[in-house]
Design a protein around this ligand. Sequence first.
Ligand SMILES: Cc1ncc(COP(=O)(O)O)c(C=O)c1O
Length: 403
Amino acid sequence: MTATRTDRRERLDAATAHLEPPFAVIDLAALRANAADMTRRAAGKPIRLASKSVRSRAVIERVLRLDGFRGVLAFTLPEAIWLARQGTSADIVVAYPTANRTALAELAADAGLAAAVTVMIDSPAHLDLIEKVAAGLADAHPVRVAIDLDTGYLGLGGLLRAGARRSPVRTPEQAAALAADAAGRSRIRLAGLMAYEAQIAGVGDNPPGQPVMARAIRYMQRRSAAELVTRRAAVVAAVRAVADLEFVNGGGTGSVAATAAEAAVTEIGAGSGLYHPTLFDAYRAFTGRPAALFALPVVRRPGPGVVTALCGGYIASGPAAKSRLPRPCLPAGLRLDRDEGAGEVQTPLLGAAADALRIGDRVWLRHAKAGEMCERFAELHLIEGDKVVATVPTYRGEGQTFG
Ligand SMILES: Cc1ncc(COP(=O)(O)O)c(C=O)c1O
């Protein structure tokens, strides 16, 4: 392990010797290996690429050229419109509902966009909003929509809840009623259904140093998966009785194989597994290779066993917890300071490895989540072996910050 890490550090340092940190890199061999493992686990079902977990148009386009990936799962409608107009994909599903009237008007007014982009709905209010915007246009094209299903797990008679608080649509009856409502509106076209099981796909079942928590998570995930396989199939059948569905999207990086095995699911939505950030180290079902890293310069040495690096406070979203901090990765044997964490401008790094570091050396860290790292950097340096083979902009680098 240490020898491998040393080789890796030498390789990354050699490839980027001409760059001044802070900067971010993508190790292309690791990215390709992760992509191949994800498609292997998807077992023939296409993976719709979750763009929030990549946040670089150039990288999204590279991944879409790989076998097994098809279409984009975007996170906002302005983003989807931008990607469609740039020619990144002609098959984009926005995974979260929009209340952006301007973007909806832009979508409905353009035949090409309206054919390429599907927006998420989970209530008649979403349909009303779309219709109202379309009614204000001289020439509106039908807006493609997909129904978002609540996949959350309810245990102990509803006392225990696991899952993201998103859609209110839970039962086959509720889904069929919303589908019938959508199908009856001339300005709407029901195209698909999405059922993302966050409590399985996005929660690692092997949290480090927490054996009791690990057992509780595994229990919840077993129960939730068993409940969902039946309910998801029933919901899909009920909606298909009302309207043809082009796709049923489910899953995420943490559940690719299990979700792909469900007959009712036609495609997987995933992206984080490509970069393999630290939160995805905590799964038993797969092992990825860290593909996204950032380098910080060592700028001072406060004393024995500690160096201080510039910046680094790139905290991941979600519940504020240690797991959301970036993690020092190379050289091996560095850790964050418990009191200071990862700092706004300076990050102390503790450990025996610090004593071998000099001012101007670089340290390598991993983000806890995937695409969020890109909100801190304008560029990604793409590394092949010990060379930077391309430097591409992130969304931020293209002046695009969608949320
Ligand atoms: C709707 C939806 N699908 C899929 C995913 C999985 O994405 P990833 O594989 O990047 O974790 C997410 C992540 O939050 C999501 O919200």
